[in-house]
Design a protein around this ligand. Structure first.
Ligand SMILES: C[S@@+](CC[C@H](N)C(=O)[O-])C[C@H]1O[C@@H](n2cnc3c(N)ncnc32)[C@H](O)[C@@H]1O
Length: 287
């Protein structure tokens, strides 16, 4: 009896050190939003309803104010998404930038890739006008931050990353975040593949966001976009893309595509849209 009690205690101990930790943060229901009138009210609400620390809430709020002031964020839905997304969780994957998740900067995430800055991510996301329940495809999971923002807007997020160990690392971040209480990330589906060919089995998509730069719009992505759907994509020569909003429409049985530069001509450099050849990354998809 004594021995079995001891064995039971040892098993419990092993489970608690190796197994998932109990939720540290509270899930926030889809119909609940933090106040946006003052920093104090936002922080108090988030502490009560999510349980995050003053340090990150203050940084998140301060960047939010700048992003709104700069007109990179305008809708109530994406403002809420910004204010609920813990960028620090994703920046932490690289100890060198762990404290910098709310800076107006691209951050080095290892593997030669960057986490896009909060201003750019906000503008690209708000341009898409994502509605709850819409299916959204992201090409270039990277740090995972962009898909985390999307997951605050819809429960059907699909994201593809070409670099295998990075895809695995970011999947692990989502899984740990879900276990710690960020339940909205359950809506994120991840895949390691060459995103040039999209995710046909999961499509068609209402919205597509591409976060690596290419000199043309991949035909398969256009095909997997619903009629009436929208894509934002950096298009142009290496390191000198323009971020385009592409809308696919149908008129009289003919598919047409409209293009609009969401920065009015400003160059925005992105990491290249690379290519998988026989399972290895080789060059880019530029023509
Ligand atoms: C600017 S970074 C990532 C930004 C990311 N959305 C974030 O929130 O951090 C672009 C990502 O696109 C990935 N990428 C490049 N070519 C790709 C391809 N053909 N398919 C999928 N992902 C690709 C890169 O490996 C990189 O992680």
């Amino acid at each position: 009896m004594r021995r079995s009690l001891l064995t039971f205690a040892a098993a419990l101990l092993a489970l608690s050190s190796a197994g998932p930790v109990s939720a540290q943060f509270k899930p926030i229901a889809i119909d609940k939003s933090p106040p946006t009138d003052t920093r104090e009210n936002y922080m108090a609400w988030m502490k009560a309803n999510r349980g995050e620390s003053d340090k990150w809430l203050a940084q998140r709020w301060d960047r939010y104010v700048q992003v709104v002031r700069n007109k990179d964020l305008w809708s109530a839905e994406v403002k809420r998404a910004f204010l609920l997304t813990p960028r620090e969780v994703f920046a932490a994957a690289n100890p060198g930038v762990a404290q910098r998740g709310y800076e107006h900067a691209f951050l080095d995430m290892g593997y030669g890739v960057t986490m896009s800055g909060p201003h750019l991510q906000s503008r690209m996301t708000d341009t898409l006008g994502i509605k709850r329940g819409e299916k959204v495809l992201e090409i270039g999971t990277g740090s995972g931050t962009q898909a985390a923002i999307l997951a605050q807007l819809t429960d059907k997020v699909y994201t593809i990353e070409i670099i295998a160990p990075l895809a695995t690392r970011t999947r692990g971040i989502y899984d740990r975040a879900i276990a710690s209480g960020y339940e909205e990330f359950k809506g994120i589906n991840t895949r390691q593949a060459d995103g040039y060919y999209g995710w046909a089995e999961a499509g068609p998509f209402d919205k597509i966001i591409v976060t690596c730069g290419i000199d043309h719009v991949p035909p398969e992505l256009l095909k997997q976009l619903k009629t009436g759907g929208m894509m934002v994509i950096p298009v142009g020569p290496p390191g000198a893309q323009r971020v385009l909003k592409i809308v696919k429409q149908e008129a009289g049985g003919t598919i047409t595509v409209t293009r609009e530069d969401i920065y009015g001509g400003k160059i925005v450099p992105f990491v290249p849209f690379t290519k998988l050849v026989d399972g290895a990354i080789q060059g880019s998809h530029n023509r």
